[in-house]
Write a protein that binds this ligand. Sequence first.
Ligand code: FMN
Length: 391
Amino acid sequence: MSDTTHFADYELGIYLQGMLSGAKPDLPMTLAELERLAKEKIDPRAFGYVAGGAGLEDTVAENRRAFERWRIMPHMCRDTSSRNWSTTVLGTKMPAPLMLAPVGVQEIVHPEAELAVARGASSLGVPIVLSSLSSYTLEQVAEAMGDTPRWFQLYPPKDLAVAESFIHRAEKAGYSAIVITVDTRFIGWRARDLQDAYLPFLEGKGIANYTSDPAFCAPLDAPPSENMMGAVGRWTEIYADAAQSWADFKRMREMTSLPVLIKGILHPDDARRAVSNGFSGIIVSNHGGRQVDGAISSLDALPGIVGEVGLECAILLDSGIRCGADMVKAIALGASAVLIGRPYAWGLAVAGEHGVREVIQRFLAEFDLTLALSGISRREEITKEILRRVT
Ligand SMILES: Cc1cc2nc3c(=O)[nH]c(=O)nc-3n(C[C@H](O)[C@H](O)[C@H](O)COP(=O)(O)O)c2cc1C
């Protein structure tokens, strides 16, 4: 990684192309328009599954409102000619504090699914967190990532032999951290999906890690290739366990020597419990507003968690990040890095690998420009001092 990372050069590239050849960007520059194109292109049920949230989708909206309440106070007249945003989180190097959040069952928006995402992200050195519920196996995705770091997200299953097998497969395939998601033991009340009576996993989609797993397949009467519905049946039985509590999560954490993060924490007391149970990191997340409608926004939850355990573990954030300025705000409020979900899913839906790469490049360019224009040239300078809360 060079000492300067001027992602803003992407902007100049667009203007130069326009001047030299009249070419305009092949994908819309706003996320709203990209989402609209995705809606035109994919199965309406798949669109509803990705775009939707729980209940009245009030927490989806609240995630946005929270970002609007914080404003940046730019500093002028400082030297920002040389900038570098590279950072390391739990031993994982990244060119900027940005990762791709685990988004399951990507085949519903594009046939190349996580492989296209892996190629798009790795072409920029940006790490991904691969979902347990991926359409390709974690080994296939690892291969598509090449040398770029990746983390594996585990939905804690009822059958702990499956958890252990997934974790060991991830270790072997070069994933450098495990993320245990704890906010999805039931699927949230999602009106759009209920209206469509649509849950893709029940069609055998997004369960490639399970159907390729010896511990998952062991009790099946026939291999998934011969009886997919039998595999889907077992999946519905073991996907989650509402009885699990901290002792079980600690047990899963102890299955590996890799750093283990817990995703879906909003309450500072839970953050404290996570640290006392040996977790190395917390992803502050309300699952993009897909689980508890009425829940606090991730951004509003962040300062309380940073105050409680910020010195003891890595804290990341997702839910509602839609532009480079949002990244700046979350980092200023104490996140080590942020993750995006739906934005790259729209890029994937519209243009596969190319779409994912474009979305990431735009986040990086806008992040770089926002900071450069705010008088900031080093990661350490992104502090609460540059923010004002306006309501
Ligand atoms: C279609 C979809 C599928 C998701 N699948 C998973 C998953 O498999 N595992 C997980 O931990 N989170 C999952 N999430 C949540 C994301 O990791 C992330 O928390 C959320 O998308 C961030 O919010 P954003 O979409 O507003 O950026 C999913 C989100 C979406 C939109």
